[in-house]
Design a protein around this ligand. Sequence first.
Ligand code: APR
Length: 396
Amino acid sequence: MTDSQHIGKGRESADIVILGAGPAGLVLGNLLLRSGIDCVVLERTGRDHVLNRARAGFLAAHTVRVLRRHGLDEGLRRSGREHGVCEFRTEDGRFRLDYQRLGNGEPHTVYPQHELVADLLAAYVGAGGRIHFDTEAVEVGGADGDRPWVAAREPDGRTVRWDARYVAACDGRHGAGRGSLPEGAVRHHRDHGVSWLGLLAEAPPSLDAVGYATHPRGFAGHMARTADITRYYLQCDRGTAAGDWSEERIWDELDLRMRSADYGPLRRGRILQRTVVDLESDVLASLRYGSLFLAGDAGGLISPAAAKGANLAVLEAELLAEAFADDLHRGDPEPLARYSDRCLTHIWRAQEFSHWMIRLLHGAPPFQEGMRRSRMESLRTSRTHQDWFAEQYVGI
Ligand code: APR
């Protein structure tokens, strides 16, 4: 969209225009408001969709510290539960790692992401934050200069131009931020060649631990969400559609792979949601393009194998909020200049661990499978290895 195309159309402005109301966009919005910086959030979907989208639920210790530091942890304190044990079930038996007592001695906090998003939204709106739902950013322009703009389609179909000092794209992998990168922007992508059927079951957790099962038929995972809801994963063939498996087949397969015959049956329930996830990683070489900054999934996509996505999003949002404040309040552009490198250090570390987890949990015979079993055995027997695992697993 060029300047002339805007004539006659709505025009608005904010110092920072934030695209997307996920964890990245809403943490950023809250922190900017607290610094007295004018901002607006543009969100493609509706309020209900944002509030009800079930996603991840394991918060790293660093994420909890960020939320506490900024007074955004009320719900978390009320109903988040500390969690610090995982259980591996393999062809060689089972073992548990009390990871909150290993490594840096930190637990996860289990708190469903949609509840966190609801808290962040309530805090943002309560503090007078501006948010436009059902408003899709279609293009970011002018980012190579110091007057960037966002063209956004409002619910009534009008296109409004938002003028900004900076644009923060927190609108995920398929958002307008990524779609507006300059030609030649470098993206590092890896397809791990593995797919998971992700399930949300209306069933109490069956283990008092995160469960990871390796089985000749493929990986299965168990993660508590709440007292009544459990997340399960089943490795499936690439190309599987979410509806391909009947509920009975899902539970039978979970029981088989989790070795319920040896360790006790799973508590079954209705499958509330199901999605197929192809495990992929994708990192932009830079999270800054002039006046356009990317955070969360918009900047890098990480496979769910180590539950790092939301935690990285919060870390990046805090760094970006501080850097905007330094620039706008103190005239110091240095933190903004360092933002991308600082984030990428964390992103690549998380990617490396996530990749390690994928190789721990999936193997193709014979060589990969031999390596996988050896890696698992090392984790079972080596205290040094266990400490490293715990540090990476909870750390960010
Ligand atoms: N315009 C405006 N909003 C958009 C657009 C657009 N063009 N495209 C997408 N969005 C919105 C989505 O509707 C969504 O609400 O951006 C938001 C992005 O939110 P998330 O997908 O939650 O991404 P992020 O905030 O980066 O959170 C990171 O949490 O659970 C994890 O896997 C998840 O790793 C991800 C993480």
